[in-house]
Design a protein. Sequence first.
Lengths: 211, 295
Amino acid sequence: MNILQELSDNLEQGNTKKVAELTQQAINANLDIKKILDDGLISGMTKVGIKFKAHEIFLPDVLLAAKAMYAGMDLLKPHMIKKGIPTIGKVVIGTVQGDLHDIGKNLVAIMLKGAGFEVIDLGNDVSPERFISTAEKENADIIGMSALLTTTMPVMKKVIDLAKEMQVYGKKKFIVGGAPLSTEYAKEIGADAYCFDGMSAVEAAKRFVRI
Amino acid sequence: MISLRERLKKNGVIVADGAMGTMLFQRGLKPGECPERMNLEHSEILEDIALQYLNAGAEIIQTNTFGGSPLKLAMYSLNNKTEEINARAVRAVRKIIGENAYVAASCGPSGKLLEPFGDTSAEVLFESFKRQIRVLIEEGVDLICVETMTDLTEASLAVKAARSISSSIPISATMTFDETPKGFFTIMGVSIGQAAEGLADAGVDIVGSNCGNGIANMVKIAEEFKKHTTLPIIIRSNAGLPLLKDGIAIFPETSEFMAEKSQELLKIGVKIIGGCCGTTPEHIGAINKMVSQYA
């Protein structure tokens, strides 16, 4: 079997050890770094995302595949930097201030990384100031906000209001998600997209960096 | 009052209470605050909630200890107060209901993911539940309610932790399911059949589901449980799924609607009917009225 196909399949199965081995093999064989990333790692993670969305697999499978993906990425990263291969975009992500739920946000971060984005995860309980200042400092394309509580949801509006005040709004895209949210609410507060799940976050993010 | 174990053997459905979080928010819990912090400073609020559910006809009343495991409390740096937080919650409910109802200790998820997909070991999780549940049992609760679980291993560890402290205390465990084209599964991929079997193996006395669904789906979930268990079944439905109205969450199912649909739970043979998110004493009152018509 083609080594990249094998890499993709092993990633899908969450086989961390094998993914690390195959990634190293592919690097040693002087395969194109971008091809290892796209046709090996990202291809595997995309299949995981599709299966998760279709309820064919569940959260533990996604988490294991993500672990495997990171093992491959760790090996690939130095070569990407050396070759000047850019990531497809940069996302600053976090659960908003007052909210400590981060399983959903972590999942979105995994999916975004799996799709080839560089993700800066600020964790939970993130203040509006931290969202904006990090996005500015890191020159991120997208700010992703998560809230699981109806009571913390309004913090998303505060982040966007601050972005307007700092004249960042319009220059960066804002995506929001979480159980109590809706497309209407996203529109109401001025977010660019409401993402129902990890895969729709990836689709929106790709749209915003025009891929 | 007869023991809950005896009560479970007798005929008649047992009505349990409704949401705790919904009631706490109405009484001043601030966004992002630790709900269990209330136990340290506001016993009177816990007492008021217990009284309202008692008056609504609930025979089982829960403690405000859903996030009372030290692992969960650590997220608010309150883990060093685990004993006080859990003890005070039990005392507040017992003070109000005396021997007129049963005190049920709520034990929710740790918020951690188990190895290999998370970073928490089974041993750490077990010890965390054990520390919380020891206090609850020592304070004299009548029932341990492990609830809102999505990971069968975590749920089983909580049940085993309770069993390791008391061989006789009744234990209920409920999981939260999502409807998929292939049936109901938790986000961690646990089917109703697996939940029924796994929880029974862990040593529960009562199995079922809470949260994540409105009453219509809960009827389907109860039917599925009935196929897989001979244990008493408990169902605590949300008042539907939250809708947003001017940025505020509204739970759409009325007390009349939930009581009406709950008749189907009786037909299936569900033993305990209560409420979860969005249900209020009004909902529990309506369900109680419906249940008494069939008694």
